[in-house]
Design a protein around this ligand. Sequence first.
Ligand code: CDP
Ligand code: MG
Length: 195
Amino acid sequence: MINPKEEKTFVMVKPDGVKKGLIGEIIKRLEQRDLKIVALQMFQPTKDEIDNHYPKDEQWVTRLGQKTKMTYEKYGYDAKKEMSTDNDFEIGQMVREWLVDYMTSAPLIRMVIQGIHAVDVVRKIAGPTIPSVADMGTIRGDFSIDSPLLANREKRAVMNLVHASETAEEAGQEIKHWFGENPPIFDYKRFGVDN
Ligand code: CDP
Ligand code: MG
């Protein structure tokens, strides 16, 4: 029987994950949760590829700015003083540019992961975006401690080891973006999971 929530999601090990030698650790955590790797490759992304990977719409960029501002507010910092603006969209645009620089600073690992509720389960394994909020036991909670407070002063994005699609729709777009119209997806059975 085909499970209705058997789905695919897209994961990348980011530059800090590669440079800290955490490729294996990250893959291990996905596999130990019975998720199946169905495509995997190391590659050097271009600026254009990363620029087209992250959404450009106002809603997404604004949310990026809001995540920075929430951290400032939580720790009592003044967004306007730190970023010269307290406009969510403008902050988001700055962060997005830094994000492109960060994501092109080293080779990355790209993967397609398949499993039941794969999108949500991988997000749970990765943990929330801001490492100080990520619980212990998540990849971001266990191996990173970056913050927008520090990152933005250094004019760079928050380093948090791993990218994972947030919705099934985003996963579909990202798999197509990174692996093409006919992604080289492998079909095999995991012992104890698929049979
Ligand atoms: O990666 P995730 O889906 O959890 O977060 P996002 O909101 O889609 O943001 C994409 C990436 O932008 C994050 O993973 C961070 O590397 C970076 N970011 C940042 O540098 N500063 C923020 N305030 C929010 C995100
Ligand atoms: Mg995201």
